[in-house]
Design a protein around this ligand. Structure first.
Ligand code: ASC
Length: 150
């Protein structure tokens, strides 16, 4: 029983490996990362509306949106694996596959900024929320500039 529990814990600790799921076709990886980016953008945008004042502030809502962004921010990166530079229409630039370490580091940076956004959202300070939102936006834009067409 103890051994089984240990196995269960090991499996949980290894959970990030779920994000490195194998894609059976390059087009699935492309569709997957476009989908996770889309969901991320939708929920990030809802926080943006609050920050810009076009949507009323509701802390629970902001926290929930930030947590969805956080979950999405973990998922994109394994979907940029070797051979997924083509197979479906994509704006992903070849630089992603030429400098994968730099690209993955940019992904890490986004995840770190998003984690700060979640913590800030939970803190409930609207001034800090604006700053944390801006930092995430910069991480998005920085990466898009180098690695996305347009
Ligand atoms: C989005 C989206 C981006 C980023 C960026 C942040 O929702 O589609 O590319 O946020 O606009 O500044």
């Amino acid at each position: 029983m103890k051994a089984l529990n240990a196995l269960a814990i090991c499996t949980m600790l290894a959970a990030p490996s779920i994000a490195s799921a194998q894609f059976t076709k390059p087009e699935f990886a492309i569709k997957y990362r476009q989908s996770t980016m889309f969901i991320q953008g939708q929920h990030f945008g809802r926080i943006g509306a609050v920050v810009k004042g076009t949507r009323p502030y509701n802390q629970d809502e902001v926290v929930q949106n930030a947590m969805i962004v956080e979950e999405m921010s973990k998922l994109h990166w394994p979907a940029f694996g070797p051979g997924t530079d083509q197979g479906a229409p994509t704006r992903a630039l070849p630089a992603i596959w030429k400098e994968p370490d730099k690209f993955q580091a940019a992904g890490k940076r986004l995840q770190e900024e998003v984690q700060k956004l979640v913590a800030t959202a939970k803190g409930g300070d609207q001034g800090q929320l604006k700053a944390a939102f801006g930092a995430v936006g910069q991480a998005c834009d920085g990466c898009h500039e180098d690695y996305r067409k347009d």
